[in-house]
Design a protein around this ligand. Structure first.
Ligand SMILES: [Zn+2]
Length: 237
């Protein structure tokens, strides 16, 4: 889905399906890392039941906080994209009403730049303008496509949901096991990351194995650093 205005946020760069997979990746890495960090910190001293509830509350907070922050980020970003799109369309409408000849020249030049001969470009521009002037300018001048319009609520919902879904398996692993919690959470997280990484790579046209190993390396690093920090802080406090 090519877009004219590239923004930082993933929902605008990639399709919603890939955005969902990346959101799930985020949920897995964030929540598994937080669970591991708290588990590592609590491993020193506290009683087993205190440790368990601290870990589970932290994991739940990660799920909720992460999902909401993803939703807010996507909503703001995609809203501003939508405002830009609307402003572009309104400007095109004004220009088409005010100076149709200039707009026809503009469209002709766009087709010339894409490789058509001047006379043919003129003919194409004339016919497309006759059929649907605004549509032709939106598509060929602004790079907008029907169905590709920014939808802030949808983006927010997909991001929040996918983050929450990604957060659940590590949390369940933390709840289900009382011994060897850290390696189990890490194992569950890494297996899921390998799967989502492969799917994300495939959806993005990258080799699944390479994509999966990149996601695995990043996720493994995040969990490792969290364990280390949890360990240090746990012993210090
Ligand atoms: Zn135009």
């Amino acid at each position: 889905m090519p877009r004219l205005h590239l923004e930082r946020h993933r929902f605008l760069r990639v399709g919603w399906l890939r955005a969902a997979v990346l959101g799930a990746d985020d949920g897995i890495v964030s929540t598994a890392s937080i669970l591991i960090g708290v588990a590592a910190a609590a491993a020193t001293g506290a009683s087993a039941s205190t440790t368990r509830s601290a870990i589970l509350v932290a994991g739940l907070a990660s799920l909720v906080g992460g999902a909401l922050s993803m939703a807010a980020g996507e909503y703001v970003s995609v809203s501003s994209q939508r405002d830009t799109e609307r402003a572009d369309i309104a400007r095109e409408q004004r220009e088409l009403a005010r100076s149709p000849d200039l707009e026809l020249d503009e469209l002709t030049n766009i087709y010339v730049e894409r490789g058509l001969e001047k006379t043919l470009a003129r003919e194409v521009a004339t016919q497309l303008t006759a059929a649907d002037p605004l549509g032709a300018h939106m598509r060929d001048e602004l790079g907008m496509h029907v169905g590709s319009h920014a939808r802030p609520l949808q983006a927010a919902l997909v991001s929040a949901t996918s983050f929450a879904i990604g957060s659940i398996p590590p949390w369940v692993a933390a709840a289900a096991f009382s011994s060897n919690r850290i390696p189990i959470i890490a194992g569950v997280g890494l297996v899921l990351l390998a799967v989502t990484g492969g799917i994300g790579g495939r959806l993005g046209g990258a080799p699944p194995l390479r994509a999966a190993s990149r996601v695995l390396a990043g996720g493994g690093l995040a969990m490792g650093v969290s364990a280390l920090i949890g360990n240090l802080v746990g012993t210090a406090i």
